[in-house]
Ligand binder design. Structure first.
Ligand code: 6LW
Length: 532
């Protein structure tokens, strides 16, 4: 009997030890934590759950909401703006629409605070569940970008925004969004251009005001100041900028443009910063095609002291630091077979979609996209669904059935950075043949780079990505083996060339090129494989 008890105790102790090790802080993670175009992250915690939002510009639905248990692994749970009434994007130019959002939790409600720069300006929405539904926007009559809301302990509520001369704070009535006191300029940061992305944290009797400076390119940074009074004067942190790669320490880093951060305290008391940055394709060759992505860094923030980001204010792709106990999610399948009645959250439309042009039910197992007159060159509601390019090395393939006999009608797969920078792999009729064409649009240059003949009305389209080049192939399904049509340089779709705030998207589309049209493109499946 005694022996039995000893064995039992030993088993119990082993189990407890085992549990303790699995719940123990673990070491190391990969940056970026949310890959592909996901800039301007803002984060909050409710008990053991973290929620994060990023900006989405002219894409619909707007503002993806992510969930995490450990700050390292994230899973998208919805979007904040899913109804046309919440998000007018008609004719929004590329990189207009929704700018940097903020995500906060207060008194049982989630708040997303944001700006639609192409219609309506500043607003906030609320939700009981961050997965949605979210309320209609409450518009705030303050003209600026990068808004946040700060609740002070006395119950007053403040709208905090960017301003050309510095960060501005305005007391508002949270029920109506109306301002109740004049706007006050509180701090300009350390003199970098574009003081923006403000967030206020109250800690150890100080108001800490954190901002982004230097603009969202290579001079980007995060700076912080503090004051005993919300309206200032703010004293600058002696370590400023607390995060930047715009210095010798960051000059050779494959991650550039780090800035625009938000901080959160985990259940175990540790502090963390999420922020944007971009992965340049090569050391010293500064192009980036994936847009600005979301990164994570540990923050050491002693009581009464200043926050220090990952030791020296720089970060790396491989982070060798302790983390919270890791709790990964199941990955979204790489292959979309279009058997379900809804598209996964990965998929976006360009501006408010014309809904009747899309169907997942008309032909079982296919995504149908009906051509509209809009072309990929238009800043309009192009007939397209698209997803982010999330790695430099990837393969995207789709099988398409398209039997239009009109030469003006086309369907295919595109790599699109904006309406003046895209590479299209398209299927159409040309004379008495059916062809796949590789078309280039880079600024004022537009031409067909290559063409191949296809027998029948079904084709496989394939795009492979690498840091330098995209390779475009197709397979005539009667012959089966993919044939390479050509290669194009990635750099012409980079932000450095194309401009703007977004990243490359991989789109499935159909167009009747300016003429009335109703041709239907049927996509059987789409497969997206990556190498990190
Ligand atoms: C964002 C602002 C910025 O609102 O870019 O250059 C805007 N700075 O912080 C879009 O991401």
């Amino acid at each position: 009997m005694m022996r039995f008890h000893m064995v039992q105790t030993a088993i119990c102790m082993a189990a407890i030890l085992c549990m303790a090790t699995t719940l123990q802080a673990q070491s190391g993670y990969k940056n970026p934590i949310i890959r592909g175009f996901n800039p301007d992250p803002s984060v909050c915690r409710v008990n053991d759950d973290f929620y994060l939002v990023t900006s989405s510009f002219e894409y619909f639905p707007g503002l993806p909401i992510y969930h995490s248990k450990d700050l390292v692994n994230w899973q998208q749970i919805g979007h904040c703006l899913t109804r046309d009434s919440q998000l007018p994007l008609q004719k929004a130019p590329a990189s207009a629409g929704l700018y940097a959002p903020s995500l906060r939790y207060h008194d049982g409600l989630f708040y997303v605070i944001c700006t639609n720069v192409s219609g309506g300006g500043n607003f906030y929405c609320t939700a009981v569940d961050p997965a949605g539904p979210w309320s209609d926007p409450i518009w705030v009559d303050i003209n600026s970008i990068d808004p946040d809301i700060f609740w002070d302990d006395d119950g007053r509520t403040y709208f905090v925004t960017q301003g050309n001369e510095g960060i501005r704070v305005t007391e508002i009535d949270i029920r109506t969004g109306k301002t109740v006191a004049p706007e006050r300029l509180v701090w300009g940061g350390i003199g970098g251009r574009f003081p923006e992305a403000p967030h206020i944290y109250k800690k150890d009797g100080y108001y800490y005001l954190m901002l982004g400076e230097g603009g969202t390119e290579y001079m980007h940074s995060v700076t912080i100041g503090r004051s005993r009074n919300l309206y200032g004067p703010y004293e600058s942190c002696p370590l400023n900028p607390i995060l930047t790669h715009a210095n010798r320490r960051g000059q050779a880093n494959r991650i550039q443009g780090v800035g625009h951060g938000d901080m959160v305290q985990a259940q175990d008391g540790s502090w963390w910063m999420v922020f944007l940055g971009f992965r340049v394709t090569h050391q010293w060759v500064y192009y980036h095609v994936l847009g600005r992505e979301t990164f994570l860094a540990p923050v050491d923030w002693p009581a009464g002291g200043w926050p220090q980001v990952n030791g020296n204010g720089t970060v790396s792709l491989e982070m060798n630091v302790p983390t919270l106990p890791l709790q990964p999610f199941e990955k979204t399948p790489a292959k979309a077979d279009f058997n379900e009645e809804k598209l996964h959250f990965d998929w976006q439309y360009l501006r408010n979609p014309i809904r009747e042009l899309y169907s997942l039910t008309e032909k079982k197992g296919y995504l149908r996209i009906t051509a509209s007159p809009h072309t990929l060159n238009d800043a309009d509601a192009v007939s397209m669904v698209c997803r982010r390019q999330t790695e430099h090395d990837f393969t995207a393939e789709t099988e398409l059935e398209f039997n239009s006999s009109k030469e003006n009608e086309e369907a295919g797969m595109t790599l699109i950075q904006n309406n003046t920078h895209h590479y299209d792999l398209l299927f159409r009729k040309s004379g008495d043949k059916r062809v796949v064409q590789l078309r280039v649009r880079v600024g004022s240059l537009s031409y067909i780079a290559a063409e191949g003949e296809v027998k029948g009305n079904r084709v496989l389209l394939k795009i492979e990505g690498s840091p330098d080049q995209y390779t475009f192939s197709y397979a005539d399904l009667q012959k089966k083996k993919p044939v390479e049509l050509g290669k194009q340089d990635t750099r012409y779709l980079s932000t450095e060339v194309a401009g703007g705030f977004t990243g490359v998207m991989i789109g499935l589309y159909a167009s009747s090129n300016g003429k009335p049209g109703s041709a239907k493109a049927y996509f059987d499946w789409f497969d997206y494989q990556v190498k990190e």
